[in-house]
Write a new protein. Sequence first.
Length: 279
Amino acid sequence: MNIERFRPDVTTASLVDALDRDGVAMVNGAVAAPLLANLNAEFDHLIAGAQPGTPNHIPMLIDFMGHKTVRIDGLPGKSKAFVELIEHPIALGMADHYLLPSCLHYLLGTAQLIEIQSDETVQHLHRDDEAWLHPPMPVDRAAAPAPDAPQLEVIVLYALCDFTAENGATRVVPGSHLWPAKRKPQEHEVVAAEMPAGSAIYYLGRTLHGGGPNTTAAGRRGLFLGFQLGWLRTKENFFLSTPTEAVRHMPKRVQQLLGYETHGGIGVVDVGCPSVLLS
């Protein structure tokens, strides 16, 4: 099975139809050339000062994150171009559809700049929503999910360079969002998300995927953003990774996505909205 491809003028309805069916869809040219150039110019500096591997004390994440992969978070405070990208209408349209039925508003739960460097090995296939080890809503992971089961997270992965099977294009299993957790894919069911720079894949938290191996001499640079239900604990702690002073100068929508808005009675500061810290 191939990943369905769309133009950048794709409607949310068309994208959702593909995501409901396959759990993944691709948009060619999702990021305009000027913004793509700005992102790479800012990220060149960040990559140059980073080392591959994960300085993480959690053993289960060290191999998973890759020994020859550079990962950088805290991006809202490090890249103005990234702040602009957060509000991309295709990604927010997807998040509106899947998340708002189950929350008052959703959050940017995680974002990483990922450069898979030469000789990196394949990452094991996984589902992003399994980061929440104890599902917040009743679910039988041994059974196939109901088609209308609430989504915990939806993800967009932007290609900042050309993605090829040889340089580590993300491997995706279309249709796996409807499988029981124990169902393992056969190799012919795994698809390399090959796409030109500026394109993106959009996928659901239950879709199996993983980074590919890089057998080339150059790095494969990508950028992923995960949007999640507003009452779930975020994967990245943006309150610590992004300085409050930087958040003060961001658009209000971005401030809300970073958590500077209460979800009912959740997330209060001084028994009120945390946005007061930005005034």
